[in-house]
Design a protein around this ligand. Structure first.
Ligand SMILES: Cc1cc2nc3c(=O)[nH]c(=O)nc-3n(C[C@H](O)[C@H](O)[C@H](O)COP(=O)(O)OP(=O)(O)OC[C@H]3O[C@@H](n4cnc5c(N)ncnc54)[C@H](O)[C@@H]3O)c2cc1C
Length: 459
C-alpha cells in the first residue's frame, strides 16, 4: 500500500444527524473503525433545526401561558411581552450545550470525523474535500429538507421551520400552511407568543395521521385557544408586498398575514449525491431499504429520514444502532415501525403508538376501544387540562394502539410503547399499580376499564 493511501474503514457514514451519529457511536463501541462525514453541524436537523429548538420554543410558550393564566391558580401574575432575543438566547444556549456535549462524545471515541460535503463516488467510497474514504460498509444518512409547494418560493416573509426558528420578532398575524406535526407545533408557539394564527390544511382534519378522536380533541382545544384553522381547504397561492403576505385559498378566499409558515412536509436529501449512479435504488427520491436498513447495494445501508417511514429522530437513532450491530454481526431484531412512539408537542400534547382505531378495524375482525377522559384524573385536573387516553385492542387480544392527548401527555408515551411492544393484554397492565396522583394513572385506569374493572369511570 502506498504511504499516502487511505486505510479502508469498517464503516463510512455520510451525514452526522441522528441516524448517522448514532450509528457511528454504536459502531465505535463495538470496536469498528468509523469515518463520519458531515457538511454542516454534528447533530443534524434534530439538534440544530428540529426537535431541540422547537421544543425550547414550546417551553417558552408554556412559560408565557403560565404567566397569563396565573389567576386561574390564584397566583397574581401578568404577561408583559415576548423578548425574542431572550427566547433565542435560551434556545441557542440549550443547542450549544448539547452540541458541545455531542462533539466531545464523538471525539472521545475512535471516530474519524470528517468535515465537508461528501458524495458517493463508488458503492463503497465517499469523496469529501478531495479525499476518498472507502469503507467495507457505507451508511447513507443525509436526512431531509423542508419542502414547499410548486410555485411557492421561500423568501422574505414566506418561510419554512428553518427560518422561523430564528425570528427576531413576533409576527402579529401568521398563516401556517400544513396542519401536521410541525404545523401545529408552530401554531401553538405563535399563539402563545401573542400572534393571531390560522392553519390551512388540505386534508379534512388536523394531525391527520393520528386517531380521528385525537384530531377532534385537538381541534376542540385549538378552538378554545382561539387558534384558527381551515381544514379541507386547498392553498392556491401567496403574494408578498412589503412585510405583508396575502395567502389565497381555492374558492377565492384570501387571508392577510405578516408571516406564512410553510409546513407541508419534508423530502429526502438524496439528489446529486451519486446514490443512483452507485446502484442504490431510489423511489421518489427516498432510498429503498429493507427492515435491516439494507439498500439494493450489498454493504450499503440507509438510515433516518431518507428511508420512507416516520421522520423522527429516535427512529434514526434506532436504525443507526441497528445498522452498526448488523455490521458487527450481532443480528439485531428489526424495528417495528408501529412500535415507535410518536409525540406532537403542541398544547395540548399528543402521544401515540401502534394502530389507530381505523387501522385496527381494517386489520382485525373485531376491535374494542376505550376512552378514559382526563376529567377523572386528579393530576390532569390539577393542571387544568382536558383530553383522554384511548386504547385500541383486538377483541379479547392485546392492546394494539394507545392514543393520548392533554397537557404533558407526551411524558406518558414510555409506558404506552412498552404496552404495545410487549403485546400486553389490558389485564396485564391493570395488575400494575400506577402512582397517584399522576397523569400516568390515566393509562392504568384506561386498562382497568378495558379489563372490565373500571375505577374512576362514570357509567
Ligand atoms: C421543525 C422540526 C421539528 C422536529 N421535531 C422533532 C421531534 O420533536 N422529535 C423527533 O423525533 N423528531 C423531530 N423532527 C424530525 C427529526 O429532526 C428528524 O427525523 C431527524 O433529524 C432525522 O435524522 P437524520 O439523521 O435522518 O437526518 P438529519 O438530522 O437531517 O441529518 C442529516 C445530516 O446529513 C448532513 N448531510 C447531508 N448531505 C450531506 C453531504 N452530502 N455530505 C455531508 N453531510 C451531509 C446534514 O448536514 C445533516 O447534518 C423534527 C424536524 C423538524 C424539521
Amino acid at each position: 500500500m502506498p504511504a499516502d493511501a487511505e486505510k479502508t474503514f469498517d464503516i463510512v457514514i455520510l451525514g452526522g444527524g441522528s441516524g448517522g451519529y448514532a450509528c457511528a457511536l454504536r459502531a465505535a463501541e463495538l470496536g469498528l473503525s468509523v469515518a463520519l462525514v458531515e457538511k454542516s453541524k454534528l447533530g443534524g436537523t434534530c439538534l440544530h433545526q428540529g426537535c431541540i429548538p422547537t421544543k425550547a420554543l414550546l417551553h417558552a410558550a408554556e412559560v408565557a401561558d403560565s404567566a397569563r393564566e396565573g389567576e386561574k391558580f390564584g397566583v397574581k401574575s401578568t404577561f408583559e411581552s415576548i423578548d425574542m432575543s431572550g427566547v433565542n438566547r435560551y434556545k441557542d444556549g440549550v443547542i450549544s450545550r448539547l452540541h458541545k456535549g455531542l462533539q466531545s462524545l464523538v471525539k472521545s471515541k475512535s471516530i474519524e470525523y470528517v468535515e465537508g460535503e461528501g458524495r458517493l463516488v463508488a458503492a463503497k467510497t465517499v469523496e469529501v474535500a478531495g479525499r476518498r474514504l472507502t469503507g467495507t460498509n457505507v451508511v447513507l444518512a443525509t436526512g431531509s429538507y423542508a419542502k414547499s409547494l410548486p410555485g411557492l418560493e421561500i423568501s422574505g416573509r414566506i418561510m419554512t421551520s428553518e427560518q422561523a426558528l430564528s425570528l427576531d420578532f413576533v409576527p402579529p398575524r401568521v398563516v401556517v400552511l400544513g396542519g401536521g406535526v410541525i404545523g401545529v407545533e408552530f401554531a401553538s408557539v405563535f399563539k402563545s407568543f401573542g400572534s393571531e394564527v390560522t392553519i390551512v390544511e388540505a386534508l379534512p382534519r388536523l394531525v391527520a395521521a393520528e386517531d380521528e378522536a385525537v384530531s377532534k380533541q385537538l381541534e376542540r382545544s385549538f378552538r378554545k385557544r382561539k387558534i384558527g384553522f381551515r381544514t379541507g381547504v386547498r392553498f392556491a397561492g401567496a403574494t408578498q408586498s412589503g412585510d405583508t403576505v396575502t395567502v389565497s385559498l381555492e374558492g377565492g378566499e384570501s387571508i392577510e398575514a405578516d408571516l406564512l409558515l410553510v409546513a407541508v412536509g419534508r423530502g429526502p436529501v438524496t439528489d446529486g449525491l451519486g446514490y443512483e449512479e452507485a446502484g442504490v435504488r431510489l423511489d421518489r427520491g427516498y432510498v429503498v431499504a429493507d427492515e435491516r436498513c439494507r439498500t439494493s447495494v450489498d454493504g450499503v445501508y440507509a438510515v433516518g429520514d431518507i428511508v420512507p417511514g416516520l421522520q423522527l429522530a429516535h427512529r434514526g437513532f434506532a436504525q443507526g444502532i441497528l445498522v452498526a450491530e448488523e455490521i458487527a454481526g450481532l443480528s439485531p431484531s428489526p424495528i417495528d415501525e408501529l412500535g415507535i412512539p410518536r409525540v406532537t408537542y403542541c398544547d395540548p400534547e399528543i402521544a401515540s403508538v401502534g394502530l389507530t382505531e381505523a387501522q385496527a378495524r381494517e386489520k382485525y375482525a373485531d376491535v374494542e376501544t376505550f376512552e378514559y377522559g382526563l376529567g377523572g384524573n386528579g393530576k390532569s385536573q390539577i393542571l387544568q387540562t382536558q383530553g383522554f387516553v384511548k386504547l385500541v385492542r383486538e377483541k379479547d387480544g392485546p392492546v394494539v394502539g394507545v392514543h393520548m392527548i392533554g397537557a404533558r401527555m407526551g411524558e406518558q408515551v414510555g409506558e404506552a410503547q412498552l404496552i404495545y411492544n410487549w403485546e400486553a393484554l389490558p389485564s396485564d397492565v391493570a395488575s400494575l399499580v400506577h402512582a397517584h396522583p399522576t397523569q400516568n394513572e390515566a393509562l392504568g385506569e384506561a386498562h382497568l376499564a378495558l379489563a372490565g374493572k373500571p375505577l374512576h369511570v362514570h357509567a
